[in-house]
Design a protein around this ligand. Structure first.
Ligand SMILES: [Zn+2]
Ligand SMILES: [Zn+2]
Length: 1005
């Protein structure tokens, strides 16, 4: 046996502790001639699937494992003194049962045993030891610890305990990284092995791939512990021996116990757990009593919905329905659609806003009939095959937008309905980004902040940027590295750490539901109170689990609030899903460019585009949303030109007209590519989707092969025509080639029309609200950005342009949110700084009983506990008492005295006295001793408003210079923080711009 298998290996998923990138790790093992390798991260299985796939790719056997934590007492004991220092134990899966048990053990560590670390205990192991091999682990293992404490008796007992649980699959683990304690432990373990016949296993505690990685690994530890290399008390690995050693190196270390090295191969041979990428684990839908067949139940619901959606159910509609249902059934997705239908129904029944759809699901008439989507796929030529292709079996993917504020209620419903153990949220990993990596490394190396900052800022802020690219493209950076060794070192280390996983968090939208308890398929993780999977979204799909995105969309909340405002203010009920998309006034509004707050059409560049395009149909909006992105943007001029002169549009072949007419001869959608190959060359819908996929992925060889089929058609083995080809349909070879070239050019930019159409619905709805109920809409919009001063200021400016008055907060009129009062908008109290939620609630509740008649009255009725002096001062400064006919200056002068008096009064108040002085107090509410002074100057008033609300409200100090400024500036401050928008209007890093403003503060250093 001339081999060795590493059975104790930490990857980057031992977060900020392991420095092995999985790919490098597996490649190195392969290079060292090893034929198997284990993964044993600390307490987690995050990296298992990636590792498994990488090993298979390299032809190495993957061994799935974990170095778990053992609780000192039981996993339920969580005492700071006794339970905070758990031991280590290495577990490896032998077979499928072992893999499932390992997932359960690791999950239980998080779900039940978490105390600083995910912990399990002997009892739990007893019930889940089948198929698992256990190794006694490093110096932090329970047995090595007992040996180090000279408690051989305890060590002996522990060995016996584990032997009882794991039988011949238990091993005593010896390590030698040149640490003196390891020598003692090694001797102790050898002794115990002779006594108990438990075999020895030699491992190396791998934390980095190569010896020279030790120094970078050390920096990683500094980042983990927020220390620097010069810190003498920090956690540090002794020496540089924690790398993936060769068999020869291991034999040299353990020359006195070669069997411990060879045992690694015996263990490796025992381990044969495999991951299953071929089975799906879709949950079942619980049918109502009396129903037995999900297929029939789904079909019934669909036809019922169909009759509701269309005035006349034509043959075309029923044919499409029949076809979709048969595909859904043959793929086994009946239950899936019922599940989605059910929770959307729950949301709608509970007045939780649901979006009209997103992604490709809007191409399905089944989804439309079930109210899963809200756009007619027939009317807008949306294709089912773009969503589910019978020739390409994939999981259906329906992502749903919900009201931002109530999304969680739907998730909770699903958890309740399918069971806490069948539903979980999904993990996601934050990685070390370029700039952050430089900053972290700089701090760890004790390089002065200013210097590190300068280097970090040389990394351009662009999507897809990394340190390597930056060094190549930014001569400044290269120069800094060449001139300064410290910078060079900094960059080199930062580069080595960049992209490593840094922390685990919960995916914002993903939810997974399975037929059996999730731990049967995926290990679970705990993020405070949220239980999530340990595998990321894409991996879950590969493992056959159903994931869905429950997204929170703020615009839906805005629509809800606007409708609510309309009901309150005008007593009108709006059914927003009932709009026809053909209102000229709405298109006029959009064409005017006043689209601030309108979904998808809000940005400066989009406003400009809309004023040029002058959309006058829903198709124009769909196209607008699809075109306004890098790539398709290039077609915008042609699109606009053709729209204005539609008689000049030229088609390569007349067949194209029916498909390209809606977009004035331009190819805009993926669906158009699919239709063209069908119309010109006679492809089936399913195959046309495969062509579309190949094109969008730029698979050149597939595309060229397909070109021949497109032109000449295809025959099967017995000579039957399977694809007609363009020639047979009267299209010349030249024309066919030209069309094909155009499709290739365009296909990788093409947009999914289903998605654009669904989003165009929301765009239209918001535009409609802004057109017909501008005050109610703007109030809702302002509420949605409360806390974002810049956005609030921008929208208030927009209100002013529309001649809508936005009034300052008022204790007698304001609610928590922005509200509509007649034809004005009243500021929400929640937007006033220093006034807490409780205070706001109290102010509203008390005045609902009776309006406030004076400041004294106000303070007397609001408890001093919820309303401190600072809050009162803020209310005065922003003008919340103006309606009581007192000057802000007067109140600022005396409010503290009044408050002190009232508080003093309350303290001295005792029973009996109340009735005696009651009358006197009542009258004192009116007789406030206000000083006889002038109101603050305008500038002062505005400054105070800005301080408290973050913006000027009753005026603007630059008002008198407005005209001058508009002519001089080239950049509006509302755009300064928005990279995307700056790009849209052509402003790049390094451009010179002119801005106007007020200097509010001066700092000298
Ligand atoms: Zn360990
Ligand atoms: Zn370890």
């Amino acid at each position: 046996m001339k081999n060795f298998t590493h059975l104790h290996v930490h990857t980057e998923y031992s977060l900020l502790d392991g420095f092995c990138r999985i790919q490098d790790l597996v490649k190195q093992a392969k290079k060292l001639g090893m034929n198997s390798l284990a993964i044993t991260d600390h307490g987690v299985m995050f990296g298992v699937v990636d590792f498994y796939k990488q090993c298979v790719r390299e032809g190495i056997k993957p061994i799935i494992g974990c170095e778990v934590y053992t609780a000192p007492r039981t996993l339920h004991h969580k005492d700071s003194k006794q339970d905070s220092n758990p031991g280590h134990l290495v577990l490896l899966a032998k077979d499928q049962e072992g893999y499932r048990n390992l997932m359960k053990i690791v999950s239980t560590g998080f779900v039940e045993g978490f105390y600083y670390k995910p912990r399990i205990d002997i009892d739990y192991l007893k019930g889940h030891s089948q198929g698992i091999i256990a190794l006694s682990s490093c110096l932090a293992g329970d047995i090595p610890r007992a040996i180090m404490a000279n408690n051989l008796e305890k060590a002996r007992h522990l060995v016996q305990d584990y032997k009882d649980i794991f039988g011949e699959d238990y091993y005593l683990e010896v390590q030698d990284h040149g640490i003196p304690e390891q020598l003692k432990v090694k001797q102790g373990l050898a002794l115990l092995s002779r006594e108990t016949k438990v075999p020895l296993i030699a491992t190396n505690d791998v934390h980095y791939v190569k010896k020279e990685d030790a120094k970078n690994h050390d920096i990683l530890l500094c980042i983990q512990t927020a220390t620097s290399v010069s810190d003498s008390n920090r956690m540090k690995f002794p020496g540089d021996e924690f790398y993936l050693k060769s068999r020869e190196e291991m034999m040299d270390l353990f020359y006195d116990m070669p069997e411990a090295v060879d045992n690694s191969n015996i263990i490796a041979e025992k381990c044969n757990a495999e991951l299953d990428f071929n089975t799906t684990h879709l949950p079942k839908f619980q049918l109502p009593p009396g129903e037995e067949d999900p297929k029939k139940y789904l079909s019934d619901l669909c036809y019922k919905g169909l009759a509701k959606k269309y005035d006349k159910v034509t043959e075309e509609l029923t044919d499409r329905m029949k076809y979709e249902l048969s595909v859904i059934d043959s793929m086994g997705y009946n239950d899936y659609f019922l599940i989605v239908w059910d929770f959307i129904k729950y949301a709608k029944d509970h007045q939780i806003m649901v979006g009209p759809g997103r992604g490709s699901a809007a191409g399905s008439i089944v989804a439309y009939s079930l109210d899963i989507t809200a756009i007619d796929p027939i009317k807008y030529d949306l294709l089912f095959e773009r969503f589910l292709n019978p020739d390409r079996v994939t999981m259906p993917d329906i992502d749903i937008d919900f009201c931002y504020e109530r999304r969680q209620e739907v998730i909770d419903y699903v958890i309740e309905k399918y069971g806490h153990d069948h539903v979980a949220q999904i993990i996601t990993f934050g990685t070390m980004a370029a700039r952050q990596s430089i900053r972290d490394v700089g701090r760890s190396l004790d390089i002065p902040y200013g210097k590190v900052d300068k280097v970090a800022k040389e990394i351009p802020m662009e999507i897809g940027m990394n340190i390597q690219k930056a060094v190549k493209n930014n001569p400044n950076l290269a120069k800094m590295m060449g001139e300064d060794e410290e910078v060079d070192n900094l960059i080199e280390i930062a580069k080595s750490l960049e992209g490593l996983s840094r922390h685990a968090s919960t995916h914002a939208a993903g939810v997974v539901i399975s037929n059996k308890p999730l731990v049967e398929y995926v290990p679970l993780y705990r993020n405070n109170e949220v239980i999530s999977t340990q595998y990321t979204m894409t991996l879950l799909e590969e493992l056959g689990l159903l994931k869905m995105d429950f997204l929170g969309l703020r615009t839906l909340t805005v629509i809800r609030d606007a409708i609510e405002n309309i009901r309150k203010n005008r007593d009108i009920e709006i059914d927003i899903d009932d709009l026809e998309y053909d209102d000229k006034n709405v298109y006029e509004l959009i064409s005017s460019g006043h689209t601030l707050g309108i979904f998808q059409l809000e940005s400066a560049g989009m406003q400009k585009f809309m004023t040029n395009l002058k959309p006058d149909s829903f198709e124009d909006i769909i196209a607008g949303i699809s075109l306004y992105r890098p790539g398709p943007m290039d077609s915008i001029p042609t699109y606009i030109k053709n729209k204005k002169n539609s008689e000049n549009i030229q088609y390569i072949h007349p067949i194209l007209e029916s498909t390209l007419k809606v977009t004035y001869g331009c190819m805009v959608y993926q669906e158009q590519v699919m239709k063209i190959v069908r119309d010109i060359a006679g492809y089936s819908m399913a195959r046309s989707d495969l062509v579309r996929r190949a094109m969008s992925k730029k698979k050149m060889d597939v595309m060229e092969a397909e070109r021949q089929v497109f032109i000449h058609g295809e025959l099967d083995d017995s000579g039957n025509i399977t694809v007609e080809g363009a020639l047979r349909r009267g299209v010349s070879e030249e024309q066919a080639n030209k069309i094909y070239d155009q499709m290739i050019d365009f296909a990788n930019y093409a947009f999914n029309k289903s998605h654009a159409a669904a989003y165009a619905v929301i765009a239209y709805q918001t535009a409609w609200l802004k057109k017909y109920y501008p005050i109610e809409f703007m109030a809702a919009l302002l509420t949605s950005v409360m806390g974002n001063d810049k956005k609030v200021a921008q929208y208030i400016m927009n209100c002013k342009n529309m001649s809508i008055n936005v009034l300052p907060p008022d204790v007698n009129e304001s609610y928590e949110k922005f509200t509509v009062v007649g034809d004005k908008i009243r500021f929400g109290l929640a937007a006033v700084k220093n006034v807490g939620e409780n205070a706001v609630q109290s102010i509203i509740a008390k005045r609902e009983e009776k309006a406030y008649i004076s400041f004294t009255d106000f303070y007397k009725r609001n408890d001093g506990k919820v309303l401190n002096k600072r809050a009162v001062e803020s209310l005065i400064k922003c003008g919340a008492f103006d309606s009581l006919k007192v000057y802000r200056s007067q109140l600022m002068n005396v409010y503290e005295k009044i408050i002190d008096n009232i508080n003093e009064d309350k303290k001295h108040k005792i029973e009996g006295q109340i009735s005696l002085f009651q009358n006197m107090q009542e009258s004192s509410i009116f007789r406030e001793n206000l000083p006889d002074i002038e109101e603050f100057e305008e500038d002062m008033k505005l400054a105070l408003e800005k301080e408290i609300l973050g913006l000027y409200i009753t005026g603007h100090p630059l008002k008198k210079y407005e005209k001058l400024l508009v002519n001089k500036v080239s950049l509006d401050s509302s755009m300064i923080d928005n990279q995307e928008e700056l790009k849209e209007i052509g402003i790049k890093d390094g451009s010179t711009v002119t801005v106007g403003g007020i200097i509010t503060q001066k700092k000298t250093c």
